[in-house]
Design a protein around this ligand. Structure first.
Ligand SMILES: *[C@@H]1O[C@H](CO)[C@@H](O)[C@H](O)[C@H]1NC(C)=O
Ligand SMILES: *[C@@H]1O[C@H](CO)[C@@H](O)[C@H](O)[C@H]1NC(C)=O
Ligand SMILES: *[C@@H]1O[C@H](CO)[C@@H](O)[C@H](O)[C@H]1NC(C)=O
Ligand SMILES: *[C@@H]1O[C@H](CO)[C@@H](O)[C@H](O)[C@H]1NC(C)=O
Ligand SMILES: *[C@@H]1O[C@H](CO)[C@@H](O)[C@H](O)[C@H]1NC(C)=O
Length: 442
């Protein structure tokens, strides 16, 4: 009888532990982290190699980027030494080895520097698409990737043509067909700009074939505006904001469960046309030059990684005045005529909460190599990635149940178990009494 009881308990507890009552993840959302392969070549503390990556903060990784060989329409490595040869193994294989830790690892193709024209030509011919797709399947298999992320920036723009919009659908559809057999994931990063969305993407059609759509909800503004404006406004009066983009995509027919909200781990920099009388001013709207300043590691005009911003603020706190723009929900810092508008922990957390409220698939990070991955600014490394995961973990009902058996979600099953045990014990008692009397009567 004791054995029946134990077996019964195991039968009941088995599925409870194994099949989804207790989730092994802290949350059920997607956290897709782009890794910029060129970050390895940044100077000093900015240099980011795969050894610096803490993949536990991500569910998906995307290696950025592979390119297109416009001579034969095949996928190609942009940096064969780093991607394939380095340390006798190369970064492609180093990164796909992380699949063993339960992550999905995809290869991104394209990016800003690859332009749009060559992709437009590849997509415009059925033969070229076939060649490209066959080479991609082979490439993904060779390096053991889980799938492909299309980063064509952008169909129908930057030298692309009006017919790109239809050809992009064909490309995505044919990739999906070819990927089925290998169960490869297929995703795409799209612009947050409504005009580019209109000219480049047939949202309902591409939504059918893509697993996820990564919305690059940043670069709304920069020095090119000749005015200090937020890189990533959560909301705005001019319709250029995260909320406006997501609302628009949902309206156009993108399923929320396929939309992944992009988060920027960088700020946009500005040089004011004159030094303000007081640094205790909200700089949003002030006139600026058409080129911003650089950060020490990324060394790109108008751009500063979060790690560069937070290190500047920590190293020279007396030089910088920081503030919060309530309307856009973004942070800024001012030093004389220099301004950087960026997402701090609070700004990032508000965007993650927004993604949760909209029931999106999750969030995407551009890019994990500019978080404070060395922990130079706070007690722990990866403050932004941690904040994202804290907000997401706050989503699903108690996880403490693994350690603490007194959380409410455990109360119910354990009550049932208790009731069942009483029943089993009672039953066994009655059964024994019955057998006893049966024996007596015989
Ligand atoms: C591009 O394709 C051409 C023709 O097949 C080949 O000769 C060349 O080496 C390729 N370039 C790269 C970078 O793979
Ligand atoms: C497009 O392809 C041509 C021909 O191979 C190449 O010279 C050019 O660099 C490519 N464009 C970009 C932006 O990579
Ligand atoms: C900050 O913005 C929120 C949302 O727009 C608004 O409800 C709140 O009143 C604002 N707070 C201040 C101090 O302006
Ligand atoms: C968790 O979410 C609740 C409800 O949205 C909120 O009140 C609370 O502050 C959040 N806790 C953390 C640690 O973010
Ligand atoms: C479990 O119970 C203890 C003591 O009542 C309490 O301090 C603790 O916060 C509880 N933990 C959870 C996860 O409810």
């Amino acid at each position: 009888m004791f054995h029946t009881y134990v077996a019964f308990l195991l039968l009941f507890l088995g599925p409870y532990n194994v099949h989804g009552f207790v989730k092994s993840n802290q949350h059920d959302k997607v956290v897709t982290c782009y890794v910029a392969s060129w970050a390895a070549y940044r100077s000093g503390n900015g240099a980011f190699s795969l050894e610096n990556l803490h993949p536990k903060y991500c569910t998906h990784l995307i290696y950025a980027f592979a390119g297109l060989n416009a001579s034969d329409w095949t996928i190609r490595s942009i940096d064969p030494w780093g991607d394939i040869e380095k340390d006798g193994i190369g970064n492609y294989r180093k990164m796909t080895m992380l699949r063993k830790q339960g992550l999905k690892v995809l290869l991104g193709i394209g990016g800003w520097n690859e332009g749009s024209t060559n992709y437009s030509m590849m997509a415009s011919s059925s033969d070229n698409r076939k060649t490209f797709i066959a080479s991609t399947v082979k490439f993904l298999r060779t390096y053991d990737f889980d799938g492909l992320d299309l980063d064509w920036e952008f169909p129908g723009n930057r030298g692309g043509a009006a017919y790109d919009k239809q050809n992009f659908v064909s490309l995505v559809q044919e990739l999906r067909d070819a990927f089925k057999h290998y169960r490869f994931l297929l995703t795409a990063a799209i612009s947050a700009n409504k005009d580019i969305i209109n000219t480049g993407y047939d949202i309902p059609e591409i939504s059918k074939y893509l697993d996820y759509i990564h919305v690059m909800a940043y670069d709304y503004h920069g020095a090119w505006n000749k005015q200090v404006l937020p890189n990533t406004p959560l909301r705005s009066k001019d319709k250029l904001s995260v909320e406006d983009t997501i609302m628009y995509l949902l309206q156009e027919g993108a399923p929320a469960e396929k939309l992944v909200l992009g988060l920027a781990m960088y700020g946009r920099t500005f040089v004011l046309t004159s030094v303000p009388e007081t640094p205790k001013i909200n700089p949003i709207g002030l006139p600026s030059l058409h080129i911003g300043f650089k950060g020490p590691y990324t060394s790109e005009d108008g751009f500063m990684g979060f790690n560069e911003i937070c290190e500047a603020l920590i190293l020279h706190p007396q030089d910088w005045t920081t503030g919060w723009d309530n309307y856009s929900s973004t942070a800024y810092a001012i030093k004389k005529d220099h301004v950087v508008v960026y997402d701090d922990r609070k700004a990032i957390m508000m965007k993650v909460e927004y993604a949760k409220r909209q029931k999106l698939a999750g969030v995407m990070i551009w890019s994990i190599d500019t978080d404070d991955f060395r922990g130079k600014c706070s007690l722990q490394s990866y403050p932004l990635m941690k904040s994202i995961n804290i907000v997401l973990a706050n989503n699903t009902v108690p996880h403490e149940e693994k350690k603490e058996p007194n959380s409410s979600s455990v109360q119910l099953p354990s009550n049932i178990v208790f009731a069942l045990s009483i029943m089993i014990i009672s039953f066994s008692v009655y059964e024994n009494i019955y057998l006893y009397y049966k024996e007596l009567l015989n």
